[in-house]
Design a protein around this ligand. Structure first.
Ligand code: ADP
Length: 503
């Protein structure tokens, strides 16, 4: 087993990995940027090394520097988390070339799945259904002819894509040439690779993905599905498992396809095979994420497997301790992604200092947070500040628990999407389990913060925050009360403090 792991990430996922390492008795090394000197992951790790200024390209994306730090601090493995370098083949290779273990799949599997055009071809060969499309090698005329065959609307996608970048829906032929040009430019800028391809744009699909886990001894299992159809701008906000859509037969067929997809690229470690399911319940391979996924905790709660622990054990060469027949789904889990953003203003990222964060605590309520009271949310990184995850004996139980947990999650100082999430989980369509990927655009396009009085709990939290700060400064100043001059006090802000909570 490893004795020391470098965690090449920040925020909640770095904290998540560090916690499991602590449990296993493995020492950890955090890397951090100048913006994260007091961040949770920096503080929690056994050692922390400053790797550069705030912009990711000068810190968290500096693979060369991170490998150097891993060697200097005598680590034996590197966990990449998600995002940043987690799906960077060059980084995985550099880690291995330095004699360290990359806690993730073999570089060849990352490469094969990282190129969506290659992945689609490999999947088709392995008998996994793919969304009808055109691989985009030819001229503009070839694109036009292919789109005509597919039928509009079509989706222009970047071969190297991710995070919704370089993706364009095209409703009619006249718009296709310009959409290809824009998507190429965007893809070149974001990924350094201008290649684009076409997919038929499925009307109102559902996004259902399967967690897979493979060891170095040829064992591959799936840990069932996650339904991720609640999205804004094609990015997930709420996930749940089991999917209300699947029955045993479809679940089994999709699970087998996910395992076949993993086997087709010689996959090892944890990965996710994403599918779209159309209105006739046909499923199609979308892509494979060759890393731990943001929404992995709901699988952990329902299947009873710690995925980070499994990743570490697999990377250390241990065989999977279970077979497919040993794995079952028990109860229901839901995750809400808490973003520092303004859902009433085009989801504009919000920044600022968190004056007070009070997380809900209760039976089967889990909060994976990367930001706590006193931390500053900057524009440099992803606006997701925490994940709220609940488990219930059945779906209705989980829905009730999530509504309760959101009502008791208080974030002061930074605008969050918590009130928006509250409205989604109470929406009839969501409660019935009938959400398709257009749900948010369809029902929440004109969403506004409800004009309700600030609830007592929030006022009390704010008053206590003020009192604590005043007391702290009295103590620090030998008795001189300076609390009222605190520039961060919600009471001293002329523009009114922002409340990310509603009861
Ligand atoms: P990215 O990797 O950029 O996030 P994905 O291929 O994973 O892009 O797709 C993200 C989301 O975009 C999907 O969950 C779905 O909502 C939508 N989407 C992608 N492809 C299609 C398609 N062919 N038809 C309809 N919606 C799609």
């Amino acid at each position: 087993m490893f004795s020391k792991i470098l965690v090449a990430n920040r925020g909640e996922i770095a904290v998540r990995v560090i916690r499991t390492c602590q449990e296993l008795g493995i020492r950890t090394v955090a890397v951090y940027s100048e913006a994260d000197a007091t961040a949770l992951h920096t503080v929690l790790a056994d050692e922390a090394v400053l790797i550069g200024p705030p912009p990711p390209t000068e810190s968290y994306l500096r693979g060369d520097r991170i490998v150097e730090v891993a060697l200097e601090t005598r680590c034996d493995a590197v966990h990449p988390g998600y995002g940043f370098l987690s799906e960077n083949t060059d980084f995985a290779e550099a880690v291995e070339a330095a004699g360290l273990v990359f806690i993730g799949p073999p570089p060849a599997a990352i490469r094969a799945m990282g190129d969506k055009v290659t992945a689609r071809a490999l999947m088709a060969e392995a008998g996994v259904p793919v969304v009808p499309g055109y691989e985009g090698e030819g001229s503009l005329d070839d694109f036009l002819a292919a789109a005509r065959d597919l039928g509009y609307p079509v989706l222009v996608k970047a071969a190297a894509g991710g995070g919704g970048k370089g993706m364009r829906v095209v409703e009619r032929e006249a718009d296709l040439p310009a959409a290809i040009e824009t998507a190429r430019r965007e893809a070149q800028g974001a990924f350094g690779d201008p290649r684009v391809y076409l997919e038929k744009y499925l009307p109102r699909p559902r996004h259902v993905e399967f967690q897979v886990l493979a060891d170095q001894h040829g064992n591959v299992v799936h840990l069932f599905e996650r339904e991720c159809s609640v999205q804004r701008r094609h990015q997930k906000i709420i996930e749940e498992t089991p999917s209300p859509l699947l029955d045993d037969d479809l679940r089994q067929r999709m699970g087998e396809a996910a395992v076949a997809a993993a086997r087709a690229v010689g996959y090892v470690n944890a990965g996710t095979v994403e599918f779209l399911v159309d209105e006739e319940r046909h499923f199609y391979f979308l892509e494979m994420n060759t890393r731990l996924q943001v929404e992995h905790p709901i699988t952990e709660l329902v299947v009873g497997v710690d995925l980070v622990k499994a990743q570490i054990n697999v990377a250390a060469g241990k065989p999977l301790p279970f077979s497919q027949a040993d794995l079952h789904q028990r109860g229901h889990a839901i995750e809400c992604r808490v973003y520092a953003e303004d859902p009433a203003n085009n989801f504009l990222p919000a920044t600022g200092r968190v004056l007070r964060a009070v997380e809900p605590v209760g039976p089967w309520v889990r909060v994976d947070a990367g930001v706590t009271t006193g931390d500053t949310v900057t524009h440099h990184y992803d606006p997701m500040i925490a994940k709220l995850i609940v488990w219930g004996e059945h779906r209705l139980d989980a829905l009730r628990k999530m509504a309760w947990a959101l009502d008791h999650y208080i974030v002061l100082g930074v605008t969050t999407n918590i009130p928006f999430l509250q409205d989604i989980v109470r929406h009839e369509t969501f409660r019935r389990g009938e959400v398709t990927t257009d749900f948010v655009e369809r029902h929440f396009a004109d969403w506004r913060l409800p004009d309700e009085p600030v609830p007592d709990e929030v006022l009390i939290a704010a008053a206590l925050a003020d009192l604590f700060e005043a007391t702290a400064s009295i103590n620090a100043n030998g008795g001189a009360p300076t609390g009222s001059g605190d520039p961060f006090s919600p009471w001293n802000q002329a523009d009114g403090f922002r409340v990310g909570q509603r009861v």
